[in-house]
Design a protein around this ligand. Structure first.
Ligand code: NAP
Length: 486
């Protein structure tokens, strides 16, 4: 920041992983006029909202950490959700972010007028900012299944992201709808406690068996004493993920994808004893087509004597339980909806009005688009972290957000230096980018014969379809010609 820089006011929406990152990086860059708006009364985003039993991050903890705040004390290779929440709370304290955060302030509208964003919250607070950072998260809005009679269920029924901890599970009959990453973690965690568990599977999943060893105290002490070892570990994992997974996943026939397929198949063949159950668990599409399930022990859990895999389609929910197409009523005390999220919500339902009165709803009809998932034409000085069509899935979204924020800061520099007062992606550049993105997306493993939350309404993956190396290269420096500057 130089004395000639134009002072800018920043509003960051969301005090989750990406919002906290934004505030830290803005302050580091000398931008101190920052307010973070948080709808809840605590920080944490997805790690605050999700508290279901077995919650953990299936990206290694030493990778799922800010690169500038590595944690020598992670308990496990894949640490539990509560520990991740505690890590972000520690970050807030260490970086003294609490004074920047306005809690219980749900931003309901943003309007661009007179060269600034006018922001309003549900609680009636009004603010104006030169720049808005939308750090509202990806999988935030629960998707409830449209099943006949679901409201008539007499027991407790809740979505996995709205876990009701007041409901006892011990010895009770629990049903779980869904077989995504969430359901798989819940099954392993609760099968030993419940009386009976019914897992309602609509589509089988490929499961990669991945042990989850604990870090012992000598290892953690070694990381504390040698931060350079921790840095090397973080770098090594990042490289391993990029080369072994993120670069390869976009090529359905890459040796890495074939290796993943072979490992998942071996897990199924070796670890499910009953041939009939094994066939019901066998997917008919390719591994990594849906987001890959990573679990140390899902097959072991579903083979417990008190667990049943229900594959007959659900026809209705009744007061007593779930009725399947074969006529059986699966009697339940508790029904968990591990049915996923509306992946296309992003900042919505916030009302956002850009330049010339254009609404985000209009700009995002028929579907959300953003240049490099960061900037939307006619929405100047509004930048998204983990926005539409970015790298999501089996990725460290922290690494993605850090790369994106490095890019955003360079756009912000244009505003600070006075080179321009408004900056947003050019509509023609976005159209060319989207055409190339869609074409590449049609050749990825995500379109090899499965349904998933990656796919848009046309069945085209709404994610980054290029290599992670290309993502890194794009994020290194913006091509300013791609931007309309005024
Ligand atoms: P999901 O992957 O979208 O899975 C939803 C599940 O619900 C699917 O099995 C789906 O079946 C089923 N389902 C939905 N509606 C249904 C209906 N009406 N009847 C029967 N079944 C229905 O959701 P998720 O498991 O919550 O995971 C979402 C994402 O969150 C993950 O892909 C991942 O990105 C993230 N996540 C990450 C971690 C982690 O450790 N990092 C952990 C949990 C979640 P179909 O397959 O047939 O559609």
């Amino acid at each position: 920041m130089t004395e000639h820089d134009r002072p800018l006011r920043f509003a960051v929406v969301g005090a989750g992983m990406a919002g906290l990152l934004s505030a830290i990086k803005l302050r580091e860059a000398g931008c101190t006029d920052v307010t973070i708006y948080e709808k809840a009364d605590r920080i944490g985003g997805t790690w605050r909202e999700n508290t279901y039993p077995g919650l953990s991050c299936d990206v290694p903890s030493h990778l799922y950490s800010y690169s500038f705040e590595l944690n020598p004390d992670w308990s496990h290779q894949f640490s539990p959700g509560a520990e991740i929440q505690a890590y972000f709370e520690h970050v807030v304290e260490k970086y003294d972010l609490a004074p920047l955060i306005r809690f219980s302030e749900d931003v309901t509208s943003l309007a661009w007028a007179d060269g600034r964003w006018h922001l309003d919250t549900a609680a009636g607070h009004h603010d104006e900012a030169d720049v808005v950072i939308a750090a509202t998260g990806v999988l935030r809005v629960p998707r409830y299944p449209d099943i006949e009679g679901i409201d008539t269920f007499a027991g407790a029924c809740f979505h996995s992201a709205r876990w009701d901890h007041a409901v006892p599970l011990a010895g009770r009959r629990v049903g779980i709808i869904g077989t995504g990453s969430t359901a798989v973690q819940i099954v392993s965690a609760i099968v030993g406690e419940v009386g009976h568990l019914d897992l309602f599977q609509r589509t089988p999943q490929w499961v990669l068996q991945q042990p989850n060893p604990a870090y012992d105290e000598p290892t953690r002490a070694d990381y504390r004493a040698h931060p350079e070892k921790l840095e090397a570990l973080h770098k090594g994992l990042s490289q391993l993920f990029a080369e072994g997974f993120a670069n390869a996943i976009v090529d359905a026939d890459s040796p890495q994808v074939q290796g993943i397929q072979a490992a998942c198949l071996a897990n199924l063949e070796n670890n499910v004893k009953d041939p009939e159950l094994r066939e019901r668990l066998r997917p008919t599409y390719r591994a990594a087509c849906k987001r890959l399930i990573v679990s140390p022990d899902f097959y072991e859990a579903i083979q417990q004597p008190n667990a049943s895999l229900v594959t007959d389609p659900i026809v209705a929910v009744e007061p007593g339980g779930v009725r399947t197409a074969d006529g059986t009523l699966h009697e339940l005390d508790v029904l968990v909806l591990a049915t996923g999220f509306r992946a296309d919500a992003f900042m919505r339902p916030m009302q956002i009005i850009g330049r010339g009165g254009v609404t985000l709803e209009t700009a995002w009809t028929p579907r959300p688009e953003a240049y490099l998932s960061i900037s939307i034409p006619d929405f100047p000085n509004l930048f998204m972290l983990n926005g539409p069509n970015g790298p999501v899935g089996n990725f460290s979204l922290i690494e993605v957000a850090e790369l994106q924020f490095g890019y955003i800061l360079q756009l912000v520099d244009q505003l600070r230096s006075g080179a321009c007062r408004e900056i947003s992606a050019r509509a023609d550049v976005l159209a060319v980018f989207e055409a190339e993105r869609e074409e590449a997306a049609r050749h990825t493993v995500w379109v090899t014969g499965c349904q998933s939350w990656y796919l848009d309404d046309r069945g085209i993956p709404a994610v980054w379809p290029f290599t992670f190396d290309r993502f890194r290269a794009e994020m290194a420096a913006p091509d300013l010609d791609a931007y309309e500057r005024a």
